[in-house]
Each structure stands twice: as C-alpha cells, then as structure tokens.
Ligand binder design. Structure first.
Ligand SMILES: Cc1cc2nc3c(=O)[nH]c(=O)nc-3n(C[C@H](O)[C@H](O)[C@H](O)COP(=O)(O)OP(=O)(O)OC[C@H]3O[C@@H](n4cnc5c(N)ncnc54)[C@H](O)[C@@H]3O)c2cc1C
Length: 564
C-alpha cells in the first residue's frame, strides 16, 4: 500500500468515477477470451500521458483492453525539440499505424563527428537502410530510423489513442473548447489484421494521481477520489515519478531511487532550415546542412565537439527537413546567468536561458556556429519554426534542461502494477534512447496482455503471470540501455559499468571504445523487435505450461499405477 493512499477514502469503481463516462462493461462475463471479447474488457489505469502513457494505451487498446489515462497537465504545448526514433521504436509505430506522412520525420542515416573550432568532420558513418538491413523495421517502409518533432510525435500518438472522450482543456492548436468529445476510431482504420482493437480509451486531463495500491489495483487522485477495481495499473509519470515508491519492494529505500541531477545540462532550440537561413547561406555552415538531394550529406546527426570544455552540440533535421533540432550538452555553469539563474537545477524542459550564458559555454566554437545563437533569439526565426502545420510549440529563444540519473531497478512490477518509461529508467540522452525503449515496453505489453481470460480470478492470475514475463523481457533491455546511456561516450571505460551491465544483460556488449550510435551500439540497442521477442516468450510460457501439465498427468498415472 502506498503511503499516499488513504484507504479510509470513499471508494469509487473506475466505471463509476465522477468524471468517467465510458464505463467498462461488467467483469462478470464467463465465456472464453476470443468469443467474449466484444462484451468483456479488462480495465487499465494509465498514469501519465507522455510518450510512454500514450503508447501503453495504444497497445492495450489493441489488445482489447479498456483504458483510462490520468494526466496531471492540460496537454498544453509540447516541448519545442525533436526526438530520434530508431528502428526498435519506429517498428512499433509502424505496426500501430502511426501516420508518418503527417508527422514528416526525416531519415536519420548518418552520424558525423566534427571539431567545434574548425567544424571539420573527423569521423563519420553512413547507415542508409538502418533497421531494414539488420532485420528489423521496414514494415510498410516506415520501420527505419527517423528524426521527428516532439509535437508531431505526440500529435500522432494522440491520434492513434483514438480516445472516445478527452476531458479537460487540450492544446490550443487542437481545440478551443474546455471539454472535447471525439468519436473514437475504435476499429482502427489503423488496426493491423488480426488485432482485436476493441477497447476504449478515455483521457482525463488535469487529474493528478497522488498514490496507488499496487496489490489491490486502487489509485487515489489528488482531489481525494479513490478509484478501485483496475485489472492493471501502468505507472508512466516520468523521470521525477512520485508514484515509483509504490512499486518498490518494502525493503527498499525510496529516496535512493529519486532522480539525481548530474553535473550536465542541455540547451535546446529549433532553427528554420529555409533557403535564406545562415545554415544554408554561410559558407562554413552550408556543407553541413545542405540537403542530400542538393549534394549535401545523408541526413542524420551532426556532432560538433569541444573537448577542452567538453561541450557537445548535436543537431539533426526534422519536420520534413524544414527545421533543425539543436541540443548542446555542457557542464552546468556554477552560476547560470540570465533567466536560467536557478540555484537548484530545474526539473522541467522549459527554463529560458540567457544568450550570454550560451555564448560563454560556446566560447571554443567556430564563429559561424556561435552566430546561430543569435538566430535562435530572433522572432522571425521562431515564426518560421512555428509555421504552417499548427503543431508549433509557442516557444522562443533557448531553453535549458538539467540532466538526471537514477540507479537501475531490479523489477518493474508489483501486484497489478507496472512502471514504464522515464519513471522506470532515467537516462542521459547519449544514445537518444529513452523514448524509444519506452515505446518498446508498450509494444511488449500489447503481446503479453492480449488473449486474456474473461473470468476475474483467472484474469488476475493471468496479469500476474504476464507481468513476470514483462520483467524478464524488459529488465535486461531497459537497464542495459540506461547504463549505456548514463556511462556516456566513455562507456565500459567507466569503472564498474561493465560489471553492472553484466548483471542485466547476457548478450554481447559493444567494445569499450565504441562511440555512441556507431554500428555496434546500433545493433545492440536498436535492432530489436519487441513484438517478436514477446511472442517468443509467450510461446515458451505455453510450452512450459503444457510440459508441466503433462508431467503432472504422468505423475498422476504413475501414482495411480503404484496404487494398483
Ligand atoms: C535532452 C533529451 C533528449 C532526448 N532525446 C531522445 C531521443 O532522441 N530519442 C529518444 O528515444 N528519447 C530521447 N529522450 C528521452 C525521452 O524524451 C524520454 O524518455 C520520454 O520523453 C519519456 O516519456 P515518458 O512518457 O516516460 O515521461 P514524460 O514525458 O515525462 O511524461 C510523463 C507524463 O506524466 C504526467 N504526470 C506526472 N506526474 C503525474 C501524476 N502524478 N499524475 C498524472 N500524471 C502525471 C506528466 O504531466 C507527463 O505528461 C531525450 C531526453 C532528453 C532529456
């Protein structure tokens, strides 16, 4: 029982929640899974509507579950930054029917490492077809490696969620009313053949979850309402999760698992990549950013590195190649200047930072690169980034985000609850992998939680069994990805990392001097089909069960024979 959950509160069943209108159907049906699936749907509460929570609701809905997402915020504007989707994630999105055309991702087919002072490229790798040549991705031509604006990803995920009802205010670009009700795309125009996709999703905005009882499947909202009777609870409340302690074993010390600030921070901003932009007119910058179709490099990561101050400026295009995403990883200045002058590192994504501070951090960079900082603060540049698709972010200037870490968990499950996404593993952006691994976890859930029994006691047992499988599949993958990301570019040269990585992963580890995102890392971290892995685990579970049943039958016969 979570300490935050007051069991003395009056309880409300999920279907009768004050603001819930998509009542899940009765759980008393007794017919078997496939025949009764239209009438019977288990109920999942999903706590948080970031990449993880939305992905979990898409996958559980496809598995035939009815889901309610509780989201603290009002879905205001998505962060003005891009995200890389490697094949392990885009494979899942493709399977779910994500609208790649609308999201306008740009392929990520190369990585170039360059000097910050001269901008000279010193090492590069091309991997056109990444994901397809390594046996994952490629489905419908959309399983590769991409850079996508976060607003476009979030938008596409929300479309796939196909919520029957969204309660609360949502983004200015989506809807002007306070409450919106939409017709759900229940039968997935996007659904894949053979997928049940009969569930329903409701999103409740402005609903903060204050606590939960993992064993009983009860959640408590901040307003004091208790909601009980959930068959599954998915904790997806992000890196600074307040709900994580509920899932930890009672013997653990919750404070040890709080995300801790590292000494590193990241500046982020978008720039218009239009023909008149200095990115394409300045002779020092133009060779880096010219589109491939006009003689430029294959699109992908460009990393400018200043080894003296250990500043890494990574950029890549998104939104159809019209926008350049920029992330500058640096040591958090001891006295941040301008608007970012916080004594304690901020937890959000949106702290504005002063131009002087950024220029100071970039003092070892080429003049042309430093000139881009001015461009980031120009109104005109921002308007161009906002541009036509209505999924802008309303952000101006440069924002700073402090980077956090947390120790690995030994289990992601407890009772009827599971933790996914940043709540389960907080990682540095070294491999651009946190969101991708969360999408993978959601896809795993789709396979594990379909074909559920409709009898309540059997369902409870089924959920517990499948959560165990979830742990077996996800602890090695997620923890290895987190450890590799948190070790940084020095990877196994960092003391203790290899030993810890070996605790979770029996498979091959990239050589100690392998640079982030180069071939060995791409193979280990991103060439993974979560559906296939989960299907294999379910098949194995079935074989073990059949084996156990026939063994006990045989033992029974032996006993009988012995009695004769
Ligand atoms: C600088 C940077 C760059 C990155 N780049 C990449 C990349 O290129 N590729 C990649 O795959 N990953 C990347 N990541 C990681 C990725 O952004 C995260 O892993 C991902 O956004 C996590 O999503 P989430 O849904 O788990 O958490 P969040 O996005 O934090 O969502 C949590 C949600 O829960 C809600 N919430 C919180 N508390 C409560 C509560 N009590 N009740 C109800 N709702 C609540 C929040 O409002 C929020 O909507 C990057 C991360 C950083 C920091």
């Amino acid at each position: 029982m979570s300490s935050a959950l007051d069991v003395g509160q009056p309880k409300t069943s999920p279907s009768a929640a004050p603001s819930s209108t998509t009542s899940p159907t009765s759980s008393s049906s007794s017919s078997s899974s496939s025949s009764s699936i239209q009438n019977y749907r288990p109920r999942a509460a999903i706590l948080g509507a970031g990449i993880s929570g939305l992905s979990a609701s898409i996958s559980l809905r496809r598995a035939g579950w009815s889901c309610t997402i509780f989201e603290r915020s009002l879905f205001s504007n998505e962060t003005g930054a891009a995200i890389t989707l490697p094949p392990n994630a885009s494979l899942c999105l493709a399977r779910w029917g994500f609208d790649f055309d609308k999201a306008e991702p740009v392929p990520n087919w190369s990585i170039r490492f360059a000097r910050a002072d001269t901008l000279e490229v010193v090492k590069s790798e091309e991997y056109k077809g990444f994901g397809e040549d390594l046996g994952v991705g490629g489905e419908k031509g959309h399983g590769g490696s991409w850079g996508v604006h976060r607003a476009d990803l979030h938008w596409g995920l929300r479309e796939l969620v196909g919520a029957q009802r969204v309660k609360g205010a949502i983004s200015r670009s989506t809807c002007k009313e306070k409450t919106r009700e939409t017709e759900g795309k229940v039968d997935g125009e996007h659904g894949t053949e053979g997928v049940v996709d009969g569930g329903m999703v409701e999103i409740q905005l402005g609903k903060e979850v204050a606590g939960l009882d993992c064993e009983e499947g009860v959640i408590e909202l901040k307003d004091g309402t208790s909601l009980e009777g959930w068959d599954l609870v998915v904790i997806a409340d992000g890196a600074h999760s307040k709900l994580l302690p509920s899932i930890l074993p009672s013997s653990s010390t919750p404070s040890a698992y709080q995300a801790q600030p590292t000494s590193r921070s990241i500046y982020r901003f978008l720039l218009p990549l239009t023909p008149s932009s200095p990115l394409l007119t300045n002779p020092s910058l133009r060779p880096h950013f010219l589109p491939h179709s006009r003689g430029g490099p294959l699109p992908g990561f460009l990393s400018w590195h200043d080894p003296i101050r250990d500043v890494l400026w990574v950029s890549y295009p998104c939104r159809g190649g019209r926008v350049l995403n920029n992330a500058i990883v640096h040591d958090t200045p001891s006295q941040p200047s301008g608007e970012a002058g916080e004594s304690v590192p901020g937890r959000g994504w949106s702290t504005a930072v002063g131009r002087e501070e950024v220029l100071q951090v970039l003092s070892g960079f080429h003049e042309a690169a430093r000139g881009l900082v001015d461009l980031a603060y120009e109104e005109e540049g921002e308007e161009k980034v906002e541009e036509e698709n209505g999924r802008g972010t309303g952000e101006k200037g440069i924002k700073v985000h402090h980077l956090f870490k947390r120790p690995a968990l030994n289990s992601f499950v407890r009772g009827k609850a599971v933790v996914i996404g940043d709540a389960a593993h907080v990682m540095m952006p070294t491999h651009a992998a946190g969101g991708a691994i969360a999408i993978e976890s959601a896809a795993t859930m789709e396979v594990l939680f379909r074909d559920f029994p409709s009898d309540p006691p059997q369902l409870e047992e089924f959920v517990k069994r499948r959560l165990k499988l979830f742990d077996q599949l996800r602890i090695p993958r997620c923890n290895l990805t987190m450890l590799a990301s948190n070790a940084g570019p020095k990877w196994l040269n960092v003391k203790g990392v290899e030993e810890e990585a070996r605790r979770y992963s029996k498979g091959p580890l990239p050589h100690k001097d392998t640079l982030p995102w180069t071939k060995e890392f791409r193979q280990v971290l991103f060439c993974y089909d979560a559906f296939e892995a989960a299907e294999a685990a379910v098949r194995k579970e079935g074989r073990v069960a059949v084996g156990a049943a026939s063994r006990s039958e045989a033992m029974g016969s032996e006993v009988k024979a012995g009695n004769m």
